[in-house]
Design a protein around this ligand. Structure first.
Ligand code: MN
Length: 318
């Protein structure tokens, strides 16, 4: 689907609902907020962003105040889903709103995207969904204001782990450079997205570190967190989001696996360093992701989830 077609549809629409994946990260939040501000700047004033919950450290992102947990209508002219690989990653409570929208658009960068909308603008070569927004806005001559640039950069910085993943492109650095000359506070984005953590988060990370097992000659790092652990420390949304990186950063580890218990299932996060495709492991279990980062949710016991993901991972170990 071309951008011009989507842009035409946007011009002909008046009411918008913006959605992203559950457990949103900086890219998800930057994408919905950046898009919402851009729509507003186009003169659209009937825009809702719906998100159940998000990590508090992203409250600095411009446009965050536009997020609502609930809306009581489902007759939007257009639904735009950002940074979301498949329909099932949209929170159940918002799926109906999406399906009832007259025009369904999605913009994404996941390589296993299922093309679930009427208009699917997907570029797996982009390291973040917000970077797709940056090039799209440029192409469409939509001004990237300071606020929009902050949203975009938040997505780039979080999804590239601070410009460090192999997916990072020259455009990522170019955008950072332009943003810096516009006066965007990059160190603040960095600090809020990565460095600043609550005490609860610190404690749960320690527990996950203590529990970490090194398997297959130290090539696999595995750890987990249960609902009870979370209750004990009073963790909040997003507090578990970087635990999987702890194992990944240890010398000799190719794959880091982190499982945590949710309301009705277990979420498995997989990160790989050099040769393993994390998304293949997760895809085999019904999930997806990228080359170096994948995820899947699974309705089994913790033990079973662990066995399933370990068996799948071992197939690819060298
Ligand atoms: Mn993303």
């Amino acid at each position: 689907m071309t951008l011009d077609e989507i842009y035409n549809e946007i011009k002909n629409s008046n009411s918008f609902i913006l959605l992203t994946h559950e457990n949103p990260d900086g890219d998800a939040i930057g994408s919905v907020c950046g898009m919402a501000i851009a729509l507003k700047n186009m003169g659209k004033n009937n825009i809702d962003i719906c998100l159940k919950e998000w990590p508090e450290n992203y409250n600095f992102v411009p446009g965050i105040e536009m997020i609502k947990k609930e809306v009581n209508k489902d007759n939007y002219d257009m639904a735009i889903v950002l940074d979301c690989a498949n329909f099932e990653r949209i929170s159940t409570i918002y799926r109906d709103i999406f399906e009832k929208a007259t025009t369904k658009v999605q913009i994404d960068h996941h390589n296993k995207n299922t093309m679930f909308a009427d208009y699917n603008f997907v570029n797996p070569a982009s390291p973040s969904c917000t970077q797709i927004l940056a090039s799209s806005f440029d192409y469409l001559n939509i001004e990237i204001t300071k606020d929009i640039a902050t949203c975009i950069l938040t997505g780039i910085i979080t999804d590239t782990c601070g410009f460090s993943t192999p997916e990072t492109t020259a455009d990522s650095f170019d955008f950072a450079s332009i943003s810096l000359s516009k006066g965007i506070n990059i160190s603040k984005i960095y600090r809020e997205s990565f460095n600043k953590i609550s005490k609860a988060r610190f404690m749960i990370q320690n527990l996950a570190s203590e529990r970490m097992e090194f398997l297959e000659d130290g090539k696999i790092a595995f750890t987990y967190i249960t609902k009870n652990d979370e209750k004990k420390f009073g963790t909040k949304t997003g507090d578990l989001s970087t635990i999987v990186e702890i194992g990944k950063n240890i010398d000799g580890v190719e794959v880091s696996i982190f499982i945590y218990e949710r309301e009705n299932d277990y979420k498995i996060s997989v990160r790989s360093n050099e040769y393993i495709d994390s998304s293949s492991i997760c895809l085999a279990l019904g999930g997806g992701g990228h080359m170096r980062a994948g995820g899947v949710s699974i309705q089994t016991s913790l033990e079973e989830a662990k066995e399933l993901v370990l068996n799948e991972t071992k197939k690819y170990l060298k």
